[in-house]
Design a protein around this ligand. Structure first.
Ligand code: HXC
Length: 261
């Protein structure tokens, strides 16, 4: 009973792993409203599917996503954009509590870069290109790029990227810390992301959820508050069966059989 999608391909290629492949090849996966609606629906399905432990989002070898769909946006008026809170639905992705890995090959520009920045881990293929070229279109990043890129790479680099709109190739992206890992081939990048997702999906889902939550809190809070929050969540995990299971398995030198409780 999988829903039929027109702009994405949804699959579960490994145990516990959900894969979304953006699939508008003729438009270099430009992100239009129907595509994002489908992406949000697919992510919501993975979020509520107890068998899924981690998610990978990828595109094609040529493009992860070349931005928001310029043709769809071009004639929008201010009141249309404001009334519909244009792009607000994109951030639904950040409400997903399961880890999301972006496997980026080719262009990740504008909204495509912002989509990658909303995920938890970015892996890149040899020809990955990041950038916020909105300035060239007479606008600015609108899906969090100016905020998330700045937090990630610092003000000077983010300012230069956003003000010039230039491409950031994979070497530079790696140096800046945008990507967690670089792969030699596009296929290797996707397989690498699936490997990591499968590894994560094999852990206690309750611990994984807590781990993602505490790391994300570090983006929003002071160090002292963040450390306090982390410690409280850590204490809370001693009320789970999985903490007992995991530590007992270590002591007995056996593989833990997680209950996810
Ligand atoms: C709509 C797009 C598109 C986009 C590419 N296409 N990017 N359509 N929106 N963002 C379409 C092209 O119009 C073209 O369709 C087809 O995809 C192939 O693209 P080409 O330009 O022919 O390919 P190439 O010469 O290889 O150049 C690739 C490219 C270029 C460098 C990535 O397409 C490009 O500059 N795209 C726009 C990148 C960009 O500005 N992104 C930011 C968008 S603004 P046809 O029908 O002509 O063959 C944005 C706003 C963010 O994201 C606000 C918040 C999200």
């Amino acid at each position: 009973n999988a829903p039929a999608y027109e702009n994405i391909i949804v699959d579960t290629p490994r145990p516990g792993v959900g894969l979304v492949t953006l699939n508008r090849p003729k438009a270099l996966n430009a992100l239009n409203s129907p595509l994002f609606k489908e992406l949000n629906a697919a992510l919501a399905n993975f979020q509520s599917d107890a068998s899924i432990g981690a998610i990978v989002i990828t595109g094609s070898n040529r493009a992860f996503a070349a931005g928001a769909d310029i043709k769809e946006m071009a004639s929008k008026t201010f009141s249309e954009a404001y009334n519909a809170d244009f792009l607000a639905t994109w951030s639904q992705l950040t409400t997903i509590t399961k880890p999301i890995i972006a496997a980026v090959n080719g262009f990740a520009l504008g909204g495509g870069c912002e989509l990658a920045l909303m995920t938890d881990i970015i892996y890149a293929g040899p020809k990955a290109v990041f950038g916020q070229p909105e300035i060239k279109l007479g606008v600015i990043p609108g899906a969090g790029g100016s905020q998330r890129l700045t937090k990630l790479v610092g003000k000077s680099r983010a300012m230069e990227a956003v003000l010039t709109g230039r491409n950031i190739d994979v070497e530079e992206a790696e140096k800046w810390g945008i990507t967690a890992k670089r792969f030699d081939t596009p296929e290797g990048c996707v397989e690498g992301a699936l490997d990591t997702a499968e590894l994560i999906a094999g852990y206690s889902k309750i611990a994984v959820k807590a781990a993602k939550e505490v790391v994300n809190v570090s983006e929003e809070t002071s160090l002292a508050e963040g450390v306090r929050f982390e410690r409280r969540v850590f204490h809370g995990l001693f009320a789970t069966q999985d903490q007992k299971i995991g530590m007992k398995a270590f002591v007995e030198k056996v593989k833990p059989e997680w209950k996810h409780e």
